[in-house]
Design a protein around this ligand. Structure first.
Ligand SMILES: Cc1cc2nc3c(=O)[nH]c(=O)nc-3n(C[C@H](O)[C@H](O)[C@H](O)COP(=O)(O)OP(=O)(O)OC[C@H]3O[C@@H](n4cnc5c(N)ncnc54)[C@H](O)[C@@H]3O)c2cc1C
Ligand SMILES: NC(=O)c1ccc[n+]([C@@H]2O[C@H](COP(=O)([O-])OP(=O)(O)OC[C@H]3O[C@@H](n4cnc5c(N)ncnc54)[C@H](O)[C@@H]3O)[C@@H](O)[C@H]2O)c1
Length: 469
């Protein structure tokens, strides 16, 4: 006999968790189903433990300026203690998530969900007992898992993806081959180096070439990585990978051989749909396995939405969270609203933070817009100087005619926080006026956002739309 609910959410990552919380806050009876660890990739082996390690890495990377600041002595990384620290943070957050779901009377169901028909799910747990849930609306937020390309062996003790790096005890040894040039590898190159590993960073393509950060942003990051002795070595490909008891041997296409203690793969992620039996619900996937949906995030089955990594190839928690908000809104209002994808920020946490949203100059011009640029560097920021953290800049783009904000990029310390000044603006038309009128704390890094806004207004004759009458 199936139990009835207003909203069933499959997956408890940032997308699923936020959808369940918002649904409950807006009066729906909600069930959330999770087959594995509560909190999904983001909490257990993604954003949260990564951010914990990134902070440790930043503290260690600040060392060269310590003696000039009057701090004596040397710091030494302890990667095992750092590993325990991220586990404690994850456990604390997990408890708080579970507590909040219980407080909101969300039914949290442990087990693997599959569709029986368009509105009914079967949830089977590890003890092989099952429940049926019939839901008015279903949100699929089943995420993705790490891809292990050939010739890297699956299930090898010394060949890890980040899915295992943060959850299983680290292999012995500190010589690490880090594979890939996407966000995972760009972040882990900095983190693992600062945590005391000898990192051999190997990739077939240039760093972050799938993301539209500007040339100056990439160059600033490369300069900072190089200063810290971190360099991406390009290879034509990987021919053979052999694991022995204590080492991994890698043969590269150009003939070079490398022996390391373990391998960390940042070689992409694949959407998670295998167990769902989507055909029973009339839901389709594309050639890469992502669930197909329309702009309102509805699948071919109108009662069913797909959000986050299972449907969006950008695969960030920021996208999963924004999509959860939209899906619940469309359910509550029986609406077909869509997202302004340009307003979702993307942040990379490496030797510097790179944050961006909206158009870059090329995409603005391709869209037939005329971008005006405003720039401010942290080099002369009183706050940044006092922090010995002067690399980076704020770069804002506005429409030459209307003064509407087209996009923005922030590079440097706290860029992941500062980007909120752009993403939380009331709307793109009034965003720069809002920034120009704001009252800022001094001395603060955020003042460079104001400087970039004012520079833009003056340089391009946009005083009227930006400063107002
Ligand atoms: C190392 C790393 C660092 C990252 N750092 C950041 C960052 O700093 N910022 C950022 O924005 N993004 C970051 N990301 C990306 C981010 O983690 C993902 O985009 C995000 O977790 C996606 O959320 P989701 O809700 O779509 O899915 P997930 O978080 O993957 O959660 C999906 C959940 O669904 C469950 N599930 C799957 N199938 C079923 C089923 N049939 N039944 C029941 N449950 C099921 C899974 O067990 C999982 O718990 C990072 C990723 C990695 C790998
Ligand atoms: N801060 C963040 O928002 C954040 C952090 C981490 C991950 N993520 C998301 O997680 C997803 C996964 O990240 P990622 O860096 O693993 O993936 P990615 O798709 O960004 O990069 C994959 C890398 O693996 C390489 N690669 C692919 N196949 C290969 C093969 N057969 N042999 C050798 N190299 C190969 C690619 O050339 C590329 O460099 C991304 O979509 C990313 O946006 C986001």
């Amino acid at each position: 006999m199936a139990e009835h609910t207003d909203l069933a959410v499959i997956g408890s990552g940032p997308g699923g968790y936020r959808a369940a919380v918002l649904g409950a806050l807006r009066g729906l009876k909600v069930s959330i189903i999770e087959k594995d660890a509560w909190g999904g990739c983001c909490l257990n082996h993604g954003c949260v433990p990564k951010k914990d390690w990134h902070h440790t890495a930043r503290l260690l990377a600040a060392q060269p300026s310590f003696s000039e600041r009057g701090i004596q002595g040397a710091l030494r990384p302890d990667i095992e203690a750092a590993w325990q620290h991220q586990r404690q943070v994850v456990a604390t957050v997990q408890d708080s998530y579970a507590g909040y779901l219980a407080h909101l009377k969300v039914d949290s169901v442990q087990g693997c969900a599959r569709f029986l028909d368009a509105q009914t799910l079967e949830v089977r747990n590890d003890q092989n007992s099952s429940r049926e849930i019939h839901a008015q609306h279903i949100i699929i937020a089943t995420g993705a898992s790490a891809h292990i390309p050939s010739p890297f062996p699956e299930n090898a003790a010394r060949v890890l993806t980040t899915d295992r790096l943060f959850t299983q005890a680290l292999p012995s040894g500190r010589r690490v081959a880090l594979i890939g040039s996407g966000v995972v590898a760009t972040e882990m190159a900095f983190i693992l180096t600062q945590l005391g590993c000898e990192v051999h960073w190997l990739a077939r393509s240039p760093m972050l070439n799938r993301l539209n950060f500007s040339r100056p942003a990439r160059d600033t990051l490369i300069k900072e990585l190089t200063r810290q002795g971190i360099e991406l070595q390009r290879t034509k490909g990987f021919v053979a990978v052999k694991e022995t008891q204590n080492h991994v041997h890698i043969r590269l296409e150009e003939g070079r051989e490398l022996e390391v203690d373990w391998v960390c793969l940042g070689t992409g992620r694949k959407p998670h749909t295998q167990a769902l039996n989507l055909t029973a619900a009339g839901i389709n996937t594309d050639t890469q396995g992502f669930i197909q949906r329309d702009a309102s995030l509805r699948t071919a089955n109108r009662n069913c939405f797909a959000i986050g990594d299972v449907a969006n190839s950008l695969m960030t928690a920021n996208h999963a969270l924004a999509e959860a908000t939209l899906a619940v809104d469309n359910i509550i209002h029986e609406a077909d609203k869509s997202l302004d994808w340009q307003q979702i920020p993307m942040v990379v946490y490496s030797a510097l933070e790179l944050a961006r949203l909206g158009h870059d100059e090329d995409s603005a011009e391709d869209a037939g817009l005329e971008p005006a640029v405003g720039f401010a560097a942290f080099q002369t920021s009183p706050c940044a100087l006092g922090q010995d953290d002067i690399s980076g800049f704020v770069r804002l783009l506005a429409d030459m005619d209307s003064g509407a904000m087209l996009g923005g990029e922030i590079v440097g310390g706290s860029a992941g926080e500062l980007i909120h000044l752009l993403s939380l603006a009331p709307d793109t038309q009034s965003a720069l006026r809002w920034l120009a009128k704001g009252i800022y704390n001094h001395p603060a890094r955020a003042e460079e956002v104001l400087n970039a806004t004012e520079t833009l207004a003056n340089k391009w004759g946009l005083q009227e739309p930006i400063f107002g009458g």
